[in-house]
Write a protein that binds this ligand. Structure first.
Ligand code: 13P
Length: 259
């Protein structure tokens, strides 16, 4: 991994932890992680929207260098979109990273490639960094359709962006069959797809953008497999679901180099 691609370990809390539990979780994490850890790894947490203000207050007052993330947003700045949250609202809370197009949003809530593309653009417009998710179902993998699916998702997510924007963003490869199943992609399989994504970014946006874009792997990442996954040349971090709810486990993932 080139030195300039600092790994990003992100905890996607999904629909878990209320704001009291969020504070308790981060309070533990604060003691488990040290200054040295943040020098070699970027860390973000992605709580539910209702926790973000509390998380911001806690991290900023305690001076914990964990970046604040969101799990989703709308593409418009404001308006009659009941139940949605606008990107400038997140930016006001110092949100740095927004997960866009998670497979649960796509599969359960019917989010389309077109909507995902609009969201990625809106996140950039408000000075935040998108984490664009892509990944195939088990049927698609077994039918050798995964490369085509992922190429389409990445294309739709980055086509309207400049090469300079793509260079600063994050793409997360999350095979759907590995999410919450305990069934991790092998390090070789994860590397193969992350390398493929980087090659497609090079085709679409040029070699410089491809060399700089950070590509995370997600899907049953835990302390026991983090080092092997992150040791792959095209894997620059992890998007962690279940294991991110346990501060001891998440801290060990952040400290994967010590494993
Ligand atoms: P798990 O780590 O629970 O498999 O979830 C992965 C994920 O979806 C992160 O966004």
């Amino acid at each position: 991994m080139p030195a300039e691609r600092k790994p990003l370990i992100s905890g996607n809390w999904k629909m878990n932890l209320n704001h009291f539990e969020a504070t308790a979780t981060l309070d533990k994490l604060r003691y488990l992680l040290a200054k040295d850890d943040y020098e070699v790894v970027d860390v973000s947490v992605h709580p539910p929207f209702t926790d973000i203000r509390t998380v911001q207050t806690f991290l900023e007052s305690e001076k914990v260098p964990i970046a604040i993330g969101a799990q989703n947003c709308h593409w418009e700045d404001k308006g009659a979109y009941t139940g949605e949250v606008a990107p400038p609202m997140l930016a006001k809370l110092n949100v740095a990273y927004v997960i866009v197009g998670h497979s649960e949003r796509r599969e359960i809530f019917g989010e389309t490639d077109v909507e995902v593309g609009r969201k990625v653009k809106a996140v950039f417009t408000h000075g935040m960094t998108p984490i664009l998710c892509c990944g195939e179902t088990l049927e698609e993998r077994e039918g050798e359709a995964h490369h085509g699916k992922i190429t389409g998702q990445v294309h739709a997510g980055i086509e309207v962006l400049t090469a300079e924007q793509v260079a600063t963003m994050v793409i997360a490869y999350e095979p759907i069959w590995a999410i919450g199943t305990g069934r991790t992609a092998s390090a070789d399989d994860a590397q193969e797809v992350c390398g493929w994504i980087r090659a497609k970014v090079a085709d679409m946006k040029g070699a410089d953008a491809a060399a700089a874009v950070r590509i995370q792997y997600g899907g049953s990442v835990k302390a026991a497999n983090a080092a092997e996954l992150m040791g792959q040349p095209d894997i620059d971090g992890a998007l962690v679901g279940g294991a991110a709810l346990d501060p001891d486990e998440f801290a060990k993932i952040v400290q994967f180099r010590l494993a």
